[in-house]
Design a protein around this ligand. Structure first.
Ligand code: PMP
Length: 362
C-alpha cells in the first residue's frame, strides 16, 4: 500500500499518518526464514483431535465468550488461576488490548531499543506516547538508562521482550526485577520466544510479592506450538489486568475453533518440548557455522539469530539470498540494529540451504 490519503474531506486521525504499519515481505521462495515460525507442523495427532473437535462445534452459536476451557487449560499449564489468563487473536492482539486498557492520550509506554517494533507501533496506534531508551552495545538492558527513562516519563506500561526480538538476548530475572522496582506502572514481559530461554518472567509472578501484581507475561501459540496460522496468544497477570483487557476486547473475539485448538495443543506439551530441543540444537549448529563466516553475531536464546555481514552491505546480502530462494529478515534500517539481518532457525535442510547460500553470497 502507498501512503494513506484523505477520502474527500475525511482524513485519518492525526498521528496515524506518520506510521508505516508493520510488514514482512511475503516473497515466494523455497526457504522462508524471516518470521520466526516453527519450521515443523504440529503433530498429526493434534490435527486429528482438532478435526474431531471441529465436527462437534455448534457453528450457528457464538463461542464461549469467556473461553473458559482454554483459560483453565493454560492456567493449569502454568500453575496459575484461570482468572489470571486473558487470551486473544495472537499475542499482538493481547498487546493491543493492554494498550487499549492502560494506554491512550496523556499516557506513556516505555521501551528499550532495539526491540520488537510492534510495541511502539501499537502504542502509537492507541494514541499512547512512547518513551524510548537505548539498550547497551551488547543489547542487554542498560539499567541506569532504564531508570532515567522511567523517572522521566512515568510510563503506565513498560515493555520488555525476553528473549528479545530481533536480538535473541534475554533479560535476566534480576534485570526484570530491577525494572519492576523502578517502573511506576505495569511491566509487560513479551515472551513470544519464552520456551527457548532458560528463565521466565513467570517466576516473578509466581513469587507473589507486592510488585508481582504489576508484572504481565505475554506468550503465543505462534512459535513453539506450531500454530501461527490460527492466531492465538495470551497473557498471565493479576486478575485485575485480565478484567481490564476483557473490558476492551470485542465480544466473542475468540472463535470456537481457535479455543478448541489451543486447548488441544496443550495436550502435546511433550511434543512441543521435543521441537524446542530440536530447534535449540539446530540454533547451535547454525551459530557455529556463522562463527566461521565474516559476520558478527550475538548469543541467542530464541529461535532466530541476528547477524551483521562484515564485508558486504546487509540489503545487498538480503537481495542476493532472495535470488538464491532464501528469505531472511532485513533489520538493517531498524533502530539499534544497523547493517543487521535476522535468520529464523528452520529445519536442518533449510538451515543448510541458508548457510550454503550465505557462504556464497559473502
Ligand atoms: N511478540 C514478539 C516479540 C514477536 O516476535 C511476535 C511475532 N513476530 C509477536 C509478539 C506476535 O506474535 P503473534 O501475534 O503471532 O502471537
Amino acid at each position: 500500500m502507498g501512503p494513506v490519503t484523505a477520502v474527500g474531506p475525511v482524513s485519518i486521525r492525526p498521528g496515524l499518518a506518520s506510521l508505516s504499519g508493520y510488514h514482512s515481505p511475503q516473497v515466494d521462495v523455497a526457504v522462508r526464514l524471516n518470521t520466526n515460525e516453527s519450521p515443523l507442523p504440529p503433530p498429526p495427532e493434534f490435527r486429528a483431535a482438532l478435526a474431531e473437535a471441529c465436527g462437534a462445534i455448534a457453528f450457528n452459536r457464538y463461542p464461549d465468550r469467556d473461553a473458559r476451557a482454554l483459560r483453565e487449560t493454560i492456567a493449569a499449564h502454568h500453575g496459575v488461576e484461570p482468572s489470571q489468563v486473558f487470551c486473544a487473536n495472537g499475542s499482538n492482539e493481547v498487546l493491543q488490548c493492554l494498550l487499549l486498557a492502560y494506554g491512550g492520550p496523556d499516557r506513556t509506554a516505555a521501551l528499550f531499543e532495539p526491540t520488537y517494533t510492534l510495541h511502539g507501533h501499537i502504542a502509537r496506534v492507541t494514541g499512547t506516547a512512547v518513551a524510548v531508551g537505548p539498550r547497551a552495545a551488547d543489547f542487554r538492558l542498560d539499567l541506569p538508562a532504564v531508570r532515567r527513562v522511567l523517572a522521566g516519563s512515568s510510563p503506565v506500561v513498560t515493555f520488555l521482550c525476553s528473549p528479545n526480538n530481533p536480538t535473541g538476548v534475554v533479560d535476566t530475572p534480576e534485570e526484570i526485577e530491577a525494572v519492576v522496582d523502578a517502573a511506576p506502572g505495569l511491566v509487560v514481559v513479551d515472551e513470544a520466544y519464552g520456551q527457548f530461554a532458560r528463565t521466565s518472567g513467570l517466576d516473578l509472578l509466581a513469587a507473589g510479592d507486592a510488585s508481582a501484581e504489576r508484572v504481565v507475561v505475554v506468550r503465543t501459540f505462534s512459535k513453539t506450538w506450531s500454530m501461527a496460522a490460527l492466531r492465538l496468544g495470551y497473557l498471565v497477570a493479576s486478575p485485575e489486568v485480565v478484567a481490564a483487557c476483557e473490558l476492551v476486547a470485542l465480544p466473542y473475539h475468540l472463535d470456537a475453533l481457535k479455543q478448541a485448538a489451543g486447548t488441544i495443543a496443550l495436550r502435546f506439551a511433550a511434543e512441543m518440548a521435543e521441537r524446542v530441543a530440536f530447534v535449540t540444537e539446530e540454533r547451535g549448529r547454525v551459530a557455529a557455522r556463522l562463527a566461521a563466516l565474516p559476520v558478527e553475531t550475538w548469543p541467542s536464546e530464541a529461535n532466530f539469530i541476528l547477524f551483521r555481514p562484515a564485508t558486504r552491505h546487509a540489503q545487498q546480502v538480503w537481495t542476493d539470498l532472495v535470488e538464491r530462494s532464501v528469505l531472511v529478515r532485513d533489520c538493517s534500517t531498524w533502530t539499534g540494529t544497523p547493517g543487521c539481518l535476522r535468520v529464523t532457525v528452520g529445519t536442518a535442510a533449510e538451515n543448510d540451504a541458508f548457510l550454503d547460500a550465505l557462504e556464497k553470497v559473502l
